[in-house]
Design a protein around this ligand. Structure first.
Ligand code: PHB
Length: 389
């Protein structure tokens, strides 16, 4: 009797597995649109995100939710003026199932608008635009990275705790720079500091001399700066070449020194930054990720690689709950909302607005590493101002 029940159970399980496999086969390949910068100042960031994503897919045997993947790539050039056309190529021409992108906040906002209108699932693997998980938040939009507010607010707190009383800020004039500065100002001024002046240059310009002269004359206790990729390399080098790093510490979100230390060399040594990832975490999870990444790409991973990897993890969680059927939007979202995502950065959840709730590390540049110093803010959630879902 028991044997017969066991046999029947096994048969039922087998039949179910066959149905699931058949359903997946009928669904065909999952079309993943990778809309990232593959040229310009953020090109290296786009490549790291793609690498991270593909590493995770490889770890799932080349499939997510039981479905093979077809990639369709668009170089968005970090150009907001081309963003709507570019994202519509993926949605309307290529009919993708999911979009992974992008790095630049201005481009990401156009993508979020298109995703909200079409219902296409969008996972943002970098761009921190506060609006994406604020006023533009939607059941089909997720972020595997951060909001611009998060690392910035943490750095403001750190600077105030270090006894700095005055600061000047310098950044590119666009959403990411503006929001990063606003987050820093909020944390710094809550702790008793004062932002004296906010300097900007147009994106993606790298002519900093006049503004560095202004900083030297004003002599604030600290400078806070948002730049990334090629622009961050140039800024950190120019800041040191002007001799400013000797007297006025340069702070920033970790983008200022992540994936850039080979090129920045001596000029970045000793810098303190805050970010949701760091070198030297030395957890089994991160060590495994770093080993696998180095093996596959002959490169060391950075925060962008982690965010790409985790975008694939989030997609796999959603697809796992819907047996590969991404049209089951409510089940897809519910699975991600209740997941503990096992990231190389440390476990995180996404909260109601679909933005990571995560530890923000304080890091110090030592040689070619952004070495973890401590956890600056534990489990920091973006305030998600304006998100109604
Ligand atoms: C952004 O535009 O949101 C952005 C770009 C590069 C970074 C971080 C944020 O490294």
């Amino acid at each position: 009797m028991t044997t017969r029940i066991a046999a029947r159970t096994t048969l039922t399980a087998l039949a179910l597995a066959c149905v699931a496999t058949l359903a997946n086969a009928q669904q065909g390949k999952l079309k993943v649109g990778l809309m990232l910068p593959f040229s310009g100042t953020y090109a290296a960031l786009g490549v790291a995100i793609e690498n991270g994503f593909k590493l995770n897919v490889e770890e799932h045997g080349g499939k997510l939710g039981g479905r093979e993947i077809e990639y369709i790539k668009v170089d968005d050039e970090s150009d907001p003026a081309k963003a709507t056309d570019n994202v519509n190529k993926l949605i309307k021409r290529d009919n993708v199932d999911v979009i992974i992108g992008t790095v630049h906040s201005g481009v990401a906002m156009a993508m979020a608008k298109a995703a909200k209108e079409s219902g296409t699932v969008l996972i943002v693997p970098n761009a921190g635009a506060d609006a994406v998980t604020g006023p533009m938040c939607a059941p089909n939009i997720f972020r595997s990275s951060f909001s611009n507010w998060q690392p910035a607010y943490a750095m403001g707190e750190v600077a105030a705790k270090q006894g700095k009383k005055t600061a000047m800020t310098i950044t590119w004039k666009y959403a990411a720079g503006d929001e990063s500065v606003a987050g820093f100002k909020e944390g710094f001024e809550k702790g008793g500091g004062k932002v004296l002046k906010q300097l900007t240059v147009p994106f993606p310009n790298v002519e900093f001399q006049a503004l560095l002269t202004e900083i030297a004359a004003a002599k604030p206790d600290a400078v806070y700066s948002f730049f990334a990729g090629g622009g961050a390399v140039k800024f950190v080098k120019d800041y040191a070449a002007a001799g400013l790093n000797k007297n006025i510490p340069l702070y920033g979100p970790g983008f200022l020194t992540d994936g850039t230390l080979d090129a920045q060399g001596e000029s970045a040594q000793g810098m303190l930054t805050t970010l949701h990832y760091a070198d030297g975490l030395n957890t089994p999870r991160d060590n495994k990720f770093r080993t696998e990444y180095a093996k596959m790409f002959k490169l060391q991973p950075d925060v962008y690689a982690v965010q790409g990897y985790d975008a694939a993890q989030m997609l796999a969680i959603g697809l796992g709950a819907t047996k590969g059927d991404i049209s089951k939007k409510a089940e897809f979202a519910a699975a991600i909302e209740k997941a503990k995502i096992d990231s190389p950065r440390g476990t995180f959840t996404v909260g109601k607005s679909h933005n990571p709730v995560q530890d923000i590390y304080l890091r110090k540049v030592e040689g070619k590493e952004n070495k973890v110093v401590n956890v600056a803010v534990k489990g920091l959630a973006d305030p998600a101002r304006g998100c109604r879902m």
